[in-house]
Write a protein that binds this ligand. Sequence first.
Ligand SMILES: *Cc1c(COP(=O)(O)O)cnc(C)c1O
Length: 811
Amino acid sequence: MATIDPSRFRSTLLSIVRYGFGRTMEQATKVDIFNSVCFAVREHIIDRKIETEKRYADNDVKRMHYISMEFLTGPLLANNLINLGIYDECRTIVNDIGLDFDDLIEFEPDPALGNGGLGRLAACFLDSLASMGMPGFGYGINYDYGLFHQSIIGGYQHERPDFWYNKSSPWLMRMSGEKAMVPVFGRIEDSEDMVGEYNPMWVEWKLIVGRPHDIAVVGYGGKTVNRLRLFSAWASEDFDIQIFNEGDYYRALEDKIRFENISKILYPSDSRDSGKELRLVQEYFLVACAVHDIVSIYLNQHDSFDMFHEKVAIQLNDTHPALTVAELMRVLIDLHFVEWDDAWQITTRTLGYTNHTLMPEALETWPMHIFKKVIPRHLQIIQEIDRRFMSMIKEKYPDDPEKPRRMSIVIDNNGEKNIRMAHLAIVGSHSVNGVAAIHSELVKTRLVPDFYDLWPEKFNNKTNGVTPRRWILRANPLLAQLVCDTIGDGWILDLGRLRELEAHCKETAFLERLLMIKRKNKVRLASIIKETTYIEVDPESIFDIHAKRLHEYKRQLLNAMNIIHIYFQIRDDNIIPSVPRTFIFGGKAAPGYFMAKLVIRFIHGLAEIINKDSKANEWLKVVFIPDYRVSLAEKMIPGADVSEQISTAGMEASGTGNMKFAMNGAITIGTLDGANIEIAGEVGEENIYIFGHKVDEIESLRREHDADRFLNSSPALKRVMDAVRSDIFCPDEPGIFKPLYDSIVHGGDYYCHMADFQSYTDAHSRLANDYMDRHNWAVKSLLNIARTGKFSSDRTIKEYAEEIWKIKSQI
Ligand SMILES: *Cc1c(COP(=O)(O)O)cnc(C)c1O
């Protein structure tokens, strides 16, 4: 572990304030101070970054490049200090100067360059790679505007832009001289080369310049510092060459601005395909910049492509970067004159693809005419890949004339041709993985069974994980201290060792400490709730938390239905609950997702009525904390008694929120979906509340859906649904919740709220009863902490490294 020289750190800091920002300490603003502290810390990081790169180059190591449209890192100062091992020292020095260290840590804005789980996974992976000393690098886009900020006005979500960059991130280092030139638009001219071979020319393209900005990724222990490279789009300087008059001047500038818009904004939809041309240009821009960079790094040390797949692995985070297949082929063939067959071998041996969803609305398809306009050469290459693939399929399955249509990359939908990005990614990769055991099975059996039949060896599972450095050490210092006091600090890089805590599950004093820590974390969360919503909540009540993106499949509405059920039991049935409960929500809805936004309004409707009802509010409160993001998750998760993981079975690929909650001692109430199944397998069925229909039952449920049967057989459900339809929870805006009622009762209830209602409310009653036995509950909580070591992203990364990437630790 590193140490810092206090007097040197102090003088560096003062000199940055003075000569970097032109101020004395007295004049300096909070932004100046924050940036200066980060710059002073950066010195320690950069020395190690340079040393790491030298070590990799000297050993000519195999490198893995993780291409992702999203990296949801969250604030970096605290984590960098923890991983460098200088958090406490730095805190002392900064406080001694007369500054408030904790306040500075809280001041850092979240770099929100991602929507949710997929982007957060990428950030956890980078932490694990660096912490295990592995040469693994991230490639992404340096969006000017990250995910929007959410505020709530009158119960409705409002979006405000997140111009995080304006505050200038001290973590972002512009790497001058390493730009990527990216051709786009234009057309293909058929021509022949000198020996008469077909030689298509991509002509009249325009150039986008990709400027790299690096964020250092500090591994735990500070030995290895990798990088996340983010590209900003710039128009080429050649934009002014053909300006003859004023009109041309304005047109040239308009073009320039249009190009620079490419890296302006993150698309704010989670698990939904936008289909917008700008999004395709973004995806292509990222891929082209990344491939350019990866190939140049390789060519620094090699002069032919023979060793490429032995020195380079590329992982595609979902299909968003699937164009890598075509771009790598193009670079090899058009720029380096590699033969098609060799280029194809290199490409497929290098690429791996991770699938993140089975939901049809999330599977990317692009109209061919957009491809033709934006990337005509890539379209041509994709068509050739498809032609060769199709002739192989026809030869292999002569008796199944439907195979080609089911498997082709280009699909003709009544005259409109579309590119299926998942098919492109599968054909172009040597590995296809899902992100939890059940999900990987469903990829094989339901999503692409024909591909599994053809290439069973390509398919594998890599159950997601999360980094314990951020999600325990940073987020829950009290728990981390208890664990260190009890079993030492080996667990931080080997989370399986948390099992050693099980030996203490009968010690009352130990369990008391655990309960005390949970209580302190709940008190901290209660004060955040007070500050952000003005609602007072009781830390003695069960903190039941449902925090994640708003989506119908995640069923925040089912949670709301149970709350109404409990409310009516208190108000109308005079049933006094066994224990008071606080239901806490957090999560953003995509700005164009009507139903998700209506659910936010609905939760606020419940809160408005229930929190004011004096007969109920001693027992029941409802809270929605606005602007769910990494820094808020770090405070909510340690304060949870209960974790809501209640997606419709078969729809949550894995989930990672479920893992963060469990390893912080929350008990899960959840369906047999995604990684919940594996969490149940680890913690044991007496330490988790599983309810609801299983994945094989969902399909027939939908087919035989009969709303009246559910309503007539359950008075409790009928009462709840009548309330959804009525104006009880929206007295001032009658009728607004009707679409929620209609989607469930008249719309086929695709997400099976009614079918799972009874078992969900039953599971909640069991849970509330069990909570009263404080000793027993503490044991459950401890066993969740002790038995969720499997869900460290270190374990996940080891599996990827050994089975797909073939990269090794360099420490
Ligand atoms: C972990 C995390 C997610 C993913 O949560 P799920 O419950 O797996 O959907 C989303 N957003 C943030 C800020 C997170 O930290």
